[in-house]
Design a binder for this molecule. Structure first.
Ligand code: ATP
Ligand code: MG
Length: 404
């Protein structure tokens, strides 16, 4: 048995020894069959949450009313979920309540896609009542049961289908695809946070372009925040090589650029992104705007914007223009390495030094003088040493006095 499953085997065995059924389920089993990197290992069991908690010394109740208990085994947390069927779906979203059942089949039946509805026992035997292995072989994403009904129960599943296209490069089964087209508007019942999670996974997938095209072709894009009038731009965005990007900031930056978003703040807030990420994206967009208006990189600009944001902006720009990303990154790295100081904190003098040297109280002149020193240091006109800077300032003062 592969290493990550092996590590969790003790949980399955413990449950079985006490007369319960227990299986590996969900994404980990799918990824094992696909030969993909295995993420979180999930376990499904016939034991009720309080029974699970009794059997293991270290557990965390993260949602026992929904059947899920985290069991810590060898320092790793595993979600152990009681076999369940979902209660009534109200408003086309996740059900408020669930019903615990004692049958694995019922539990697999409530899952979204056939490839995600395969269980594996402790002997690596697969239990696959809905043809999940066949779907994996054929590379299709197909709902468990009637697609229209399954999407109507929980509309987020439509977004999940398309993010799996982007992650796996699979195609949508015909009925599944048709049902998305017919049910697209139900996505408006889903919370922004859940949509954003799936959308970000879509943008990160190796087949993101295909995922973006599908959002347009199925009409799902109309019900995503701020995208309803962006059909043409989304098609254009699908033409870029999203695999060249390597951070969330770059992805949202490229999206804002590709969609010609006027008010990035409002756009990113509509997706309910965290403040830190919004700040980062706005910094990247400001750099792109500055470079477009004032020309290429200077030492000063690189110093002011910082290497990380500069590289992000340059990556976005290269992806849009189709220029080699690596070359631009290298140029920036070299330019940054050659800067005598990388941040303001590294400047060898402070405002206090200036006030002492000139025997003057603080005021706007301090900030101006620090800026002049910073400029001179960055451009190599003076070394970043206290005494050198002092001499340079005195020389500069003498020249200025002479000119008056
Ligand atoms: P990932 O690798 O992104 O974690 P995953 O398939 O494990 O993919 P999760 O969101 O972690 O996805 O969900 C775990 C499992 O729970 C899925 O494989 C699927 O069986 C089931 N599942 C998740 N969300 C839904 C849903 N909205 N409707 C039905 N089943 C779902
Ligand atoms: Mg998972």
């Amino acid at each position: 048995m592969k290493e990550p499953f092996q590590k969790a085997l003790g949980i399955i065995r413990q449950l079985k020894q006490h007369g319960y059924e227990a299986y590996f389920v969900g994404g980990a089993v799918r990824d094992l069959l696909l030969g993909r990197k295995i993420g979180d290992i999930d376990i499904a069991t016939s034991a009720l949450p309080h029974e699970v908690m009794k059997l293991f010394p270290k557990t965390i109740d993260i949602g026992s009313q929904h059947g899920t208990v985290v069991v810590i085994c060898g320092g790793t947390p595993y979600e152990v979920t009681t076999f369940r069927t979902d209660g009534d779906y109200e408003d086309h979203r996740r059900p408020e309540s669930v019903t615990f059942v004692r049958s694995l089949y019922e539990d697999l039946k409530r899952r979204d896609f056939t490839m995600n509805a395969i269980a594996m026992d402790e002997e690596e035997k697969l239990i696959d009542p809905f043809g999940g292995q066949d779907a994996i072989k054929k590379q299709v994403i197909c709902t468990v049961g009637e697609a229209k009904q399954r999407f109507s129960e929980d509309a987020l599943r439509m977004m999940r289908a398309i993010r799996f296209v982007s992650q796996l490069g699979f195609s949508l089964a015909e009925e599944t695809r048709r049902a998305i087209v017919e049910n697209a508007s139900l996505l408006s019942h889903i919370s922004v946070e859940r949509m954003t999670m799936e959308f970000e996974k879509l943008l990160e997938g190796p087949f993101a372009s295909r995922g973006l095209s599908l959002l347009v072709e199925t009409g799902l894009f109309s019900y995503l925040p701020q995208l309803h009038d962006k059909e043409r731009e989304l098609k254009e965005a699908a033409g870029y090589d999203w695999n060249l990007l390597d951070s969330r900031g770059q992805r949202w930056g490229l999206l804002c650029q590709a969609l010609h978003i006027g008010d990035a703040d409002a756009f990113l807030r509509a997706w309910k992104l965290p403040n830190r990420l919004i700040k980062e994206v706005k910094a990247v967009l400001l750099i792109l705007q500055t470079i477009r208006s004032f020309g290429d990189w200077t030492k000063e600009r690189l110093f002011v914007f910082g290497l990380e944001h500069a590289i992000s902006a340059e990556t976005v720009r290269s992806v849009i223009s189709g220029e080699p990303v690596e070359k631009h990154r290298q140029i920036l790295n070299e330019m940054f390495a050659a800067l005598p100081i990388k941040t303001k904190n590294e400047l060898a003098v402070s405002g206090k030094d200036l006030m002492e040297w000139f025997e003057k109280p603080g005021g706007p002149w301090v900030k101006e003088m620090l800026a002049a020193i910073e400029h001179a240091v960055i451009h190599g006109e003076v070394d970043n040493h206290k005494e050198r800077i002092y001499e340079w300032l005195m020389d500069r003062n003498r020249i200025q006095e002479k000119n008056c």
